[in-house]
Each structure stands twice: as C-alpha cells, then as structure tokens.
Design a binder for this molecule. Structure first.
Ligand code: CO
Length: 201
C-alpha cells in the first residue's frame, strides 16, 4: 500500500510538474486515488485464487468417492480410526435394502501402517477369533489376513496414518439371524478395535 501511495504521489508530482499553473492536476489527485480501491482489491483476488484452487483440488480428490455417491447415502458409512487404536463407532448399521454397502475406513493418525495399522474385517462374531489368529500368523506382508479366508465377508486394506480405504460389504452375504462383527486384525488391536455389524431395515 505504501508503494502504491508513493506511486500516486509520484504521479501527482509528475502531473503538477507538467502544468504548474493549472489547478487541474491538483483536482485530479483525489480522483487518482479512486482507482486505489480496485487496485487494492487486485492482490486480494490473487490471494483468493489459491483458495479456489484448493477447493477445486479437494473436489477433484473427492472424484473417486463420486462413484460411492452414486450409491444412496444410506448405503454407505464412514468409520474413523486413529493413533489411539480406536474406531469412532462401535456399531455398523447395514441397511438390508442396499445391495452393496460401502464402508470407508479413515486413519486420522500419523503413525505408519507397520506400527499402527488398521483395517476393518467383517465376519461372523463366532469366526472372529479364528480370523484374528490366522491373520496374525499371515503377518504384516499379508496385512494380517489369511489369504482367501472364507470366513471373511468383507475387508478393507490395512492402512496407516493419513490414509483411507473404501470397501464393499455384499449385503446378501449377511445371513439373517447371525451375529456379525467388525474388527481390526492388526495383532493386539481387536480388544480395542471391535464393533457389531447390524442389518437394519
Ligand atoms: Co488397528
């Protein structure tokens, strides 16, 4: 702003230098200040441009999720996890009218997968211990999940801090009357990271 004002001053001086006896340049000086507001707005417009880019960038990132948006809102859920070894929900309500139920697992922490990895595995509550034991035996290279484990109804990837993964629960595979659970198969996590899967109308 100071620079701009000094430019105006310089311009005013230049103008008055041209016609010393003419009162006009002096009168024009206030007029010359008028453009100051559009000019002052220009930097503001520039600074808002990155914000606009950020916004469009965000929507571009959201584009893959647009596929999920095609599915009705009622056919999807978001579960957040963190560095404190917790899910933010203890209950996953799957609507029976959904053919596919999309679940997005987010890891809002900062710790890498190898130290604080999380996944969501959906299986019958009765199968949970077996899936966990075989998953632990499979090791980190297999994301702590036995390959081709038929007890697993659905599973996300194992993710680390800052990551997310969306997976599909095939609703028809959930037998009526059976109890289902969701849990993280990272060794030691299921004590804290477990919940109930309910099929609701
Ligand atoms: Co975990």
């Amino acid at each position: 702003m100071k620079i701009y004002l000094s430019l105006i001053t310089a311009a005013a001086l230049a103008l008055s230098a041209c016609g010393q006896d003419a009162p006009k340049p002096a009168e024009q000086a206030p007029a010359a200040e008028a453009p100051a507001s559009p000019a002052a707005e220009a930097p503001a417009a520039e600074s808002s441009a990155p914000a606009a880019e950020a916004a469009s960038g965000a929507s571009a990132e959201a584009a893959p999720a647009a596929d999920n948006a095609a599915a009705a809102d009622e056919c999807k859920a978001v579960v957040s996890s963190d560095d404190a070894m917790k899910f933010d929900t203890a209950e996953l309500n799957v609507k029976s009218s959904c053919q596919e139920f999309h679940v997005t697992l987010k890891h809002t922490g900062k710790t890498p997968k190898a130290a604080m990895g999380h996944n969501i595995v959906v299986a019958k509550a009765a199968d949970k211990d077996g899936v966990l034991a075989d998953g632990a035996a499979a090791g980190i290279d297999k994301d702590y999940l036995k390959e081709g484990d038929e007890r697993v109804v659905a599973a996300s990837k194992m993710i680390g801090g800052g990551e997310e993964d969306t997976f599909v629960v095939p609703v028809a595979k959930l037998e009526k009357g059976a109890d289902y659970a969701f849990f993280c198969t990272f060794p030691g996590h299921s004590a804290m990271m477990s919940g109930v899967v309910k099929v609701v109308d």
